[in-house]
Design a binder for this molecule. Structure first.
Ligand code: DLL
Length: 431
């Protein structure tokens, strides 16, 4: 039996006490060692001594990406440079990268958390894990690698590379698990299908994340490869990287590591906690992170807590898949739309492929136009195509209350990427 990375049952019973202890530690560590946090907490008239119960979390100010930009290049740093063994970064939406510092303990904690993901996905040390995400400043490659080694399975550290090389290694090394972005997973399975390679592979599990994926993408990946399990892996650079939670084999949401961070779900407008089970923005507070601790960090990611016990039996709490980002919302003819809603509508329509694009234009008369390009699975007849386009239009009207112009394109013609896909293109002039 390999070692377990799950919390022991007593820790789960004492979770609130463990979280309170971590909260107290984090707030005093940040206050005493980060000039940035000290000022922020002083400005909000909060001191570490005020953290007496978990409810006191709500007295703390929020931290945002704007804070990361303001405190660039080593935002939120709370240890001397001599203790920092690594940085990782992700591209911010508005220019400056988000750079986060890690101490050796942070790296060790991250490895333990990620090893827990592999345990959650029921891997064994005999598994061969082909890692197809970028290595370097991005947390993805380093995270999967660390976790895999800590867990004890065999890492095949390829990076994004090209599909050709991946296909060859999948077959030659008989990799059993493939880890990538959701887009890359789709790109790869289509290549496997094109090569008729399925029966020569031993692929059993996919772990993919870094972006939302649709039900259609899941279906395609499972259909083509016959994989036993697909696991969604969320994660963000600010919170170590990927590895802080994983979908389990019951495939009903994502278990997250509540002994390493507290997750709050708040209404993004009022910043008040939502009723458990309602959708809101994920806000995270770390409990052990030394280099760049997070205090009520607003992730902008939208999800909801799942409060029912999980069929897989694991007691760690769950949240739903990430449903979108509060800053991904766009307004079309006075309707607020999240890309996730579009995935949802298209996922229900038979005959529609897994890729789509939304293009928004402003016409000369000042009215907005939405063009939805959708891949179709088979091209039967012009009549069938017309019917499909009409069905898509009417489902958009029924479910999102907008009327797009639908353009059907052949399967495989929309771009595939090994990184994160962009599917909404807003060409309207910014007033
Ligand atoms: O994307 C870390 C990662 C790498 C996760 C590989 C999973 C696999 P960032 O580049 O900092 O980190 O981007 C973080 O990506 O706030 C979400 O908006 C989005 N995101 C990440 N994973 C998922 C997912 C990595 N599974 C941002 N589903 C996050 C939906 C995701 N969105």
């Amino acid at each position: 039996m390999s070692r377990s990375f799950m919390p022991v049952p007593e820790d789960m019973e004492d979770l609130p006490a463990l979280q309170l202890q971590g909260l107290k530690w984090t707030v005093s560590h940040a206050y005493n060692n980060s000039p940035f946090y000290r000022k922020k907490l002083d400005d909000s008239r909060v001191s570490p001594e005020m953290m007496r119960s978990l409810d006191d979390l709500r007295r703390l100010p929020f931290t945002t990406t704007a804070d990361l930009r303001e405190d660039y290049p080593f935002p939120l740093r709370a240890v001397p440079f001599e203790k920092i063994v690594r940085v990782h970064a992700s591209s911010g939406t508005t220019g400056k990268r988000k750079v986060l510092c890690y101490t050796q303990k942070d790296i060790n904690d991250w490895a333990d958390m990620f090893a827990r993901c592999f345990e959650m996905a029921r891997l064994s040390v005999s598994d061969r894990v082909q890692i197809a995400v970028g290595y370097g400043l991005w947390t993805a490659g380093a995270g999967f690698q660390l976790g895999c080694e800590r867990f004890g399975a065999m890492a095949v550290p390829v990076g994004p590379a090209n599909t050709e090389m991946h296909c060859q290694l999948l077959e030659d090394l008989q990799s059993t698990v493939f880890c990538s972005t959701a887009s890359m997973a789709l790109l790869m399975v289509e290549e496997i299908e094109r090569r008729g390679q399925r029966d020569r592979l031993s692929l059993k599990k996919f772990i993919f994340g870094a972006e939302r994926h649709s039900r259609k993408m899941r279906q395609r990946i499972q259909e083509i490869t016959g994989a036993e399990h697909l696991f969604d892996i969320p994660g963000l650079t600010e919170l170590y990287g990927p590895g802080t939670g994983l979908e389990c084999i019951a495939h009903d949401g994502v278990h997250y590591w509540a002994d390493y961070f507290i997750l709050e779900i708040v209404n993004p407008e009022t910043l008040e906690p939502v009723i458990p089970g309602e959708i809101g923005e994920m806000v995270v507070t770390t409990l052990r992170k030394e280099g760049s601790p997070l205090i009520r960090y607003r992730t902008r990611d939208l999800t909801r807590l799942i409060t029912e016990p999980c069929a897989c039996g694991n007691l760690l709490p769950r949240h739903d898949h990430i449903l979108g980002r509060s800053d991904d919302m766009f307004i079309f003819r006075a309707v607020n739309i999240y890309p996730g809603q579009i995935d949802h509508v298209l996922s229900q329509i038979p005959g529609v492929g897994s890729e789509y694009q939304v293009h928004l234009f402003r016409k000369e008369d000042g009215r907005d136009l939405m063009v939805v390009k959708v891949e179709m699975l088979g091209t039967d007849s012009p009549d069938a195509e017309k019917g499909l386009a009409e069905e898509i239009t009417s489902e958009f009207r029924r479910q999102i209350m907008v009327r797009p112009q639908v353009e059907l394109v052949e399967y495989g013609t929309l771009p595939r990427t090994e990184r994160k896909s962009k599917r909404v293109f807003d060409n309207r002039a910014q007033d």
